[in-house]
Design a protein around this ligand. Structure first.
Ligand code: KG4
Ligand code: ZN
Length: 346
């Protein structure tokens, strides 16, 4: 009996400071995933420098694609589509991926699939065995975005809320910068917070609820300012500054809000699954707190976190997110452009 032919999609990701290429079969089996992180290049600037990011993507993208094909044991002629993250992200960085993908699609005469980078983060869950049970409540927490979404059925994604100012990862990175901890701040604070007391300082939690009406929006800039003010006053008064206590208390305030709103949404929409995605999904306190809360309040709900390497930017999630669009014949034209402000929340 002849085996059904697999759909092989090459994914390309260059939206921020990771250059990545991957081949995924049928949207669920990762055949290869190559990621080159630029973190060290940007670390001494305390954040991503867009011009450096674009130049580095340009230097690496072709050889990464070759590596992705070699690792998968494939040739260009084996592919069925080229998928690329076209936003949101840094415009110059996105353009490198978009131009590469368009050139490949044209030269190989293959369909081009444009993928929303945020939607792709969600697919990191399905690539790592998340149950495909609906409704699913999804929390996307990255350096650029914080969004709470409802997936009623495959392809039926509705935004519930998003950040009104700083994203969760951005708040981690900015607080780390104020404390001179280094970049990216999330993993550093995550580690340092384990040595501190999360109840040491009562930092504000912005619930944004209006009377009895729950808001699923987020705001973290007030929390960041509260950390800056705390430092300023402690220094002026000549008090000891306990960095582990400060970061543990900051993290507790941020995670409390993420967990509370996610659990409230899961209950309100009778979710069967809760899926977390984006760089901040790697956070150990978020993982522990959310899983405790769900087990206590909604034990039937299945919680899934992707493994750490799938939480941060990668191209396997781009190829996986492209698969339903490929099946639906939802192809991009060769005049596809980068969309730095592309959103799921509007
Ligand atoms: O999804 P991602 O790789 O890139 C964007 O699309 O933004 O997320 C990067 C963000 C950074 O802000 C980083 O500080 C944060 O994820 N991050 C973490 C952790 N690991 C990465 N934040 C908190 N705890 C972590 N363990
Ligand atoms: Zn991302």
């Amino acid at each position: 009996m002849q085996q059904k032919k697999q759909t092989l999609i090459l994914g390309i990701e260059t939206s921020c400071d990771e250059t990545a290429a991957a081949v995924v079969a049928d949207g669920s089996h990762t055949l290869s995933s190559i990621i080159s992180s630029q973190v060290e290049l940007h670390a001494r600037f305390g954040g991503v420098v867009p011009e450096i990011a674009s130049r580095q993507h340009l230097l690496l993208i072709n050889s990464l694609i070759d590596d992705a094909l070699t690792q998968a044991g494939l040739k260009f002629s084996d592919l069925h589509a080229i998928a690329v993250s076209h936003g949101p992200g840094l415009v110059g960085a996105l353009l490198i991926g978009v131009a590469t993908a368009k050139a490949l699609a044209y030269a190989l005469n293959l369909p081009l699939v444009a993928v929303n980078h945020l939607e792709a983060h969600l697919y990191a869950n399905y690539l790592s065995g998340a149950p495909r049970e609906y409704p699913a409540v999804i929390l996307i927490v990255s350096g650029g975005h914080t969004e709470l979404l409802l997936l009623k059925a495959p392809g039926e994604l509705t935004p519930l809320g998003c950040t009104l100012d700083d994203a969760a990862g951005e708040a981690y990175d900015k607080v780390a910068r104020v404390l001179d901890l280094g970049y990216p701040g999330g993993p550093l604070i995550d580690k340092l917070a384990r040595e501190g007391n999360p109840a040491a300082i009562d930092f504000p939690r912005a619930w944004l609820n209006n009377g009895l009406e729950t808001s699923y929006n987020f705001s973290f800039s007030g929390l960041k300012t509260a950390v800056i003010n705390h430092l300023y006053h402690a220094r002026r008064r000549g008090e000891d500054i306990n960095i582990p206590d400060i970061v543990a208390s900051f993290q507790e305030a941020l995670v409390d809000v993420l967990v509370e709103k996610t659990v409230t949404a899961a209950a309100a929409y009778s979710a069967k699954t809760v899926l977390i995605a984006g760089g901040v999904a790697a956070n150990s306190r978020l993982r522990a707190h959310l899983s405790d809360r769900l087990q206590k309040d909604l034990p039937a709900v299945k919680l899934h976190f992707p493994p750490l390497e799938l939480c941060t930017d990668n191209a396997a999630m781009i190829a996986a997110a492209a698969y339903p669009h490929f099946c639906a014949g939802n192809f991009a034209r060769l005049d596809l452009n980068a969309r730095p402000n592309l959103n799921l929340c509007s």
